[in-house]
Design a binder for this molecule. Sequence first.
Ligand code: SAM
Ligand code: CA
Length: 238
Amino acid sequence: MESEKVLLPLKPRGLLQSENLYQYILETNVYPREPEPLRELREVTASHPRATMAISPDAGQLIALILKLLNPKKTLEVGVFTGYSLLLTALSIPEDGNITAIDINRSAYEIGLPVIRKAGVEHKIDFIESPALPVLDRLSKEIGNEGSFDFAFVDADKPNHWNYHERVMKLLKVGGVVVYDNTLWGGSVAMSEEDTEEGKKEGRQIIIEFNKLLAADPRVQISQAPVGDGITICRRIF
Ligand code: SAM
Ligand code: CA
């Protein structure tokens, strides 16, 4: 029955029509090709009470591919948690690449840090413990930063998604790419308010509004990819 389907939790079936199909993708294409440090980070994150905050490995695999195509040197991450997306970025960018990684709370990052160190990529990361908005504002005021970033990944507090977008548009170079996570919000964006489970209602409204604004933003070329919880890939056009 349709109502049963929509009430199933997002994990572990992603947004696909069946859990089996999602498992098929993970087991056939994702897990066998997942770099060992990322598998380890996923394992150390699994016991965290908020483990589902980490991006899904299938979304991570697509982001890693985009990073390899872009070969970005100057990158930004907003919302680190234990560092799955951060580590995959660090593993994918060149040896002299850099990630300015911002999170309001360092404690989860500390859990992933030993794996990041073991992978030999810590030197690429500048971790800043702070609310992200003031850091992004400070970065755009610093000489040489405006229009200079090649890539950004945004996965923090969703009410600020659009505020982050406005700042990232200043920091990103023309041709640079920003990826936003959770842009399908467990599929709830296409459900009625009443069919949406209580805990998802507020986020649903925020993401619906964000998606509308993004779709109407002439500064970016966009693609909504239904991997993980939905990611939107944006390339700055001007
Ligand atoms: N990208 C991460 C990964 O792959 O594991 C998951 C990030 S998690 C969904 C969201 C993170 O955003 C949390 O670690 C939280 O501390 C952080 N956060 C929440 N509000 C924030 C804010 N105002 N500024 C910066 N970080 C914030
Ligand atoms: Ca997320």
